[in-house]
Design a protein around this ligand. Structure first.
Ligand SMILES: Nc1nc2c(c(=O)[nH]1)N[C@@H](CNc1ccc(C(=O)N[C@@H](CCC(=O)N[C@@H](CCC(=O)N[C@@H](CCC(=O)O)C(=O)O)C(=O)O)C(=O)O)cc1)CN2
Ligand code: MET
Ligand SMILES: [Zn+2]
Length: 758
């Protein structure tokens, strides 16, 4: 039996990877230094996997930014605007695609399936793929020559690559797949020549709803690849859910199939048991959760593997591995000295997960009696958790009953118009203002104890008051306090609610060099005391304009945390919702009667298979309503989502019953609006008129274009004007300049509306 892993986190135990990249971007280290530093990190990660006892170790999963960008660059799919003219792609062109440069905006970035990782979207317009440089050969040789590791090159598979790409016409699908197959063949042939034994082609799109036509393409692709490299052993790796079209996938002419036995709702196991698994193929069984951070129950995993063993009769054909790449977990529990010891023993990050994989292999062929030390200790840690009393709340098995606001939107709207007395096209922002080095240093100092809590608060208040002044000068209609006291919109609440633990070092990459430390939900979630009232009330005391309260919604807090896995997700969401509901009341009682409850992760949490959407949306909407429906008619509830693919879930968005939703409109040039038009969505909409992910200050004209386009489609009374997300990653000058132009654009639009209607 073999152990394998599918991908290892890049970020580094102390975020060495992030620091090296950011040092290069700010010109503090040279290109040679960057290569040297990243090589050291890369080799170190391979060594760690070897030391853990993993037999088949991936190469090529490591990246300078994102692995999908790596594939686009290897295939020469470099948009014209970067002036690429053949040959190996320079590091600056690579980073320009990721981050934009003076001449060209960055490529689009979007969510990686249902995770909080973001990849760079391949753009296929007017392009022909060619292999620029076979990085996998280089990385394979590096591992072999320098460490004696027989690496398994990893690459996104051709079908998933195309599904993740944009800017091609669907009618060109077949043509594109043919062209891609040619470059994949070349890359694989070169790997075969270099002596590679195993290649992992990731095909996570095979767990989404695949049509028969697409499945036929997949079959063609892999038949061609097999004919071109008959001796290379390819594993088609799936993850994040059960594979669709099981029968056809397992018949693909490849050497192995990787299946996720953790996030498949039991369907993959059922499929292999009822339909069998081809005896000539490797079954790469993902049994250790690659997405969450709890140690596995060894007894349960052994039972699962015993069932898999019944199907795969030859031990050499069974591989044990994590359910997905470990990219989605932090690096190691070792660097968490301050966690509660009972909790800490129950945790497993990337390094510990590799050990779990190896332990399972050892146990599977040895003594599995209950007094085996590994088994006994493992059982004990779950007993210890039970004994803590952290998890008392009985699971609620009853169907949840509808909650709604006392008055319908039509009834509360006139009351709100009167109370708030805002101009048409009111202007506002999404919540955060620049998190400068100085704010972050301040927080680091208070955490270390080198400044007092009181000093910290005073200085945060200074930021708040400076930015209230800025906002008044800019001329915004609804102000915010700026979120200076928050490290992150989820971690901040995790630190203040019961049932959450937070870590010192458990960073996970979100996009490029940016990371998050998802808090850990280990027990029943409860409200302790007001979390946001002080800062918001202080901000409101400085101005006569309304200050909007700012909260993160229950679905987003859940999706961006590591959740307990002993309760169904929806129950945890409802517990969080009850806590946020109390915070909403606390704000309302303190006179903050316009409250934004952000739910950017609601869309990303949508299951990968359409048949599972309704169940999810029902509880997600309910959780939001639980937290927001109890307010007075005049209290205005806002929500915010920064990713725009709402077409399919517009009914759920409507059902949130938020008085105003702010959405992304600029990157899609306003395309999103048709969704709101066609579906008679009658509530308020904040138009994200400029893209905050780029340092570029947009022109007033660009924003006016989006506004005018919107005004043609929907009545003016519905719109608010705002940037498309929070401004925490931007610089102060950029922010002020852009917001001034935005307010001007709104003022011009108001005048136009006034003249056309008079
Ligand atoms: N959870 C979450 N997911 C999200 C988003 C989000 O805002 N939150 N936004 C979308 C995009 N994703 C994003 C994810 C991270 C960041 C981001 O800005 N991350 C920061 C870290 C933010 C943070 O936690 N900051 C902490 C710790 C900061 C830090 O690194 N401190 C220094 C010390 C500071 C000093 O002395 O100078 C250190 O520890 O070394 C704080 O402010 O307190 C980063 O990687 O640089 C932005 C967007 C989607 N998903
Ligand atoms: C990722 S959505 C961010 C919303 C949050 N209120 C902010 O402005 O940063
Ligand atoms: Zn946002």
């Amino acid at each position: 039996m073999t152990t394998s892993s599918l991908g290892y986190p890049r970020i580094g135990e102390q975020r060495e990877w992030k620091k090296a990249l950011e040092a290069y971007w700010s010109n503090s280290i040279s290109e040679d230094d960057l290569h040297a530093q990243l090589k050291e990190i890369r080799l170190n990660h391979l060594r760690k996997q070897k030391r853990a006892g993993i037999d088949v170790i991936p190469v090529g999963d490591f990246t300078y930014y994102d692995h999908i960008l790596d594939a686009s660059v290897m295939f020469g799919l470099i948009p014209k605007r970067y002036d690429y003219s053949g040959g190996p792609v320079s590091i600056d062109t690579y980073f320009a695609m990721a981050r934009g440069n003076a001449k060209a905006p960055a490529c689009e970035m979007t969510k990686w399936y249902n995770t909080n990782y973001h990849y760079i979207v391949p753009e296929l317009q007017d392009m022909t793929p060619t292999v620029t440089e076979n990085r996998l050969v280089t990385l394979y040789k590096e591992a072999k020559d320098e460490l004696g590791i027989e690496g398994k090159p990893v690459l996104i598979g051709p079908y998933s690559f195309l599904k993740l790409a944009k800017h091609y016409d669907l009618s060109q699908t077949e043509d594109w797949l043919k062209q891609l197959t040619v470059v994949y063949s070349q890359v694989l042939r070169e790997l075969e020549e270099a002596g590679v034994l195993w290649v992992q082609l990731d095909e996570p799109s095979l767990v989404t709803n695949v049509t028969d036509e697409e499945m036929a393409y997949v079959k063609d692709i892999y038949e061609t690849l097999h004919a071109d490299v008959p001796n290379l052993q390819i594993i088609v790796q799936t993850y994040f859910d059960a594979v669709e079209n099981y029968d056809q996938v397992v018949e693909l002419p490849v050497a192995g199939i990787g299946l996720d036995f953790v996030h498949d709702g039991g369907k993959n196991l059922h499929a292999i048991q009822t339909k069998g698994f081809p005896g000539d193929k490797v079954l790469a069984a993902g049994v250790i959760d690659g997405r969450n951070i709890w140690k596995a129950k060894v007894v349960d995993k052994l039972a699962l593997l015993e069932q898999v063993k019944q199907v795969v009769k030859t031990p050499e054909k069974l591989w044990i591995q994590p359910s997905s790449s470990l990219l989605h977990t932090p690096v190691t529990v070792q660097n968490e000295p301050e966690l509660d010891s009972v909790l800490k023993r129950a945790l497993s990050f990337a390094d510990e997960k590799l050990i779990e994989v190896v332990t399972l292999k050892e146990l599977l062929y040895s003594d599995q009696s209950a007094d085996h030390t590994a088994i006994r200790e493992n059982q004990q840690l779950f007993k210890d958790i039970e004994a803590t009393g952290w998890r008392k709340q009985e699971p609620d098995t009853e169907a949840f009953s509808e909650v709604s606001r006392t008055a319908s939107y039509e009834q509360r709207r006139p009351k709100q118009l009167e109370k708030w007395n805002l101009p048409i096209l009111p202007t506002t922002t999404i919540g955060s203002f620049p998190q400068t080095k100085e704010v972050r240093r301040l927080r680091a100092q208070v955490k270390k104890g080198s400044i007092t809590e009181e000093d910290y608060k005073t200085q945060i208040n200074d930021y708040i008051s400076t930015w209230i002044k800025h906002q008044e000068e800019i001329g915004l209609d609804v102000l915010v306090h700026g979120e200076f006291e928050r490290n992150d919109m989820v971690e901040f609440f995790g630190e203040r609610l019961e049932g959450f633990a937070f870590t010192k070092n458990a960073w996970v990459q979100s996009y490029g060099s940016r990371g998050v430390k998802p808090p850990i939900i280990y027990g029943d979630v409860r409200f302790k005391q007001p979390m946001t009232v002080e800062e918001t009330v202080y901000a409101q005391s400085l101005t006569s304009k309304p200050v909007k309260g700012m909260l993160t919604g229950p679905v987003t807090i859940l999706n961006w945390s590591f959740e307990r896995d002993d309760l169904p997700k929806f129950q945890v969401a409802f517990q969080i919702a009850e806590a946020i509901k109390e915070e909403v009341s606390a704000l309302e009682n303190a006179g903050i009667e316009m409250i934004q409850i952000d739910e950017p992760a609601l869309r990303e949490g949508l299951p990968l298979k359409e048949q599972d959407w309704k169940t999810y949306l029902d509880w997600a909407v309910h959780a939001f309503r639980l937290s927001s429906s109890h307010v007075q008619d005049t209290t205005q509830i806002h929500t915010h989502m920064c990713y725009s693919e709402f077409q399919d879930i517009i009914d759920a968005i409507r059902a949130l019953d938020a008085d105003v939703i702010s959405i992304e409109t600029s990157r899609s040039q306003g395309d999103i609006l048709s969704t709101f038009e066609e579906n008679t969505y009658e509530l308020g909409i904040g138009l994200g008129v400029y893209d905050i992910h780029s340092p570029r200050v947009p022109s007033e004209e660009e924003m006016s274009t989006i506004l005018n386009r919107a005004l043609k489609v929907l009545p003016v009374e519905r719109f608010w004007v705002n940037p498309d997300c929070g401004l925490k990653t931007r610089k102060e000058e950029e922010t002020i300049a852009a917001l001034k132009l935005m307010v001007n654009a709104a003022k011009h639009a108001r005048k136009q509306v006034a003249t056309t209607s008079s």
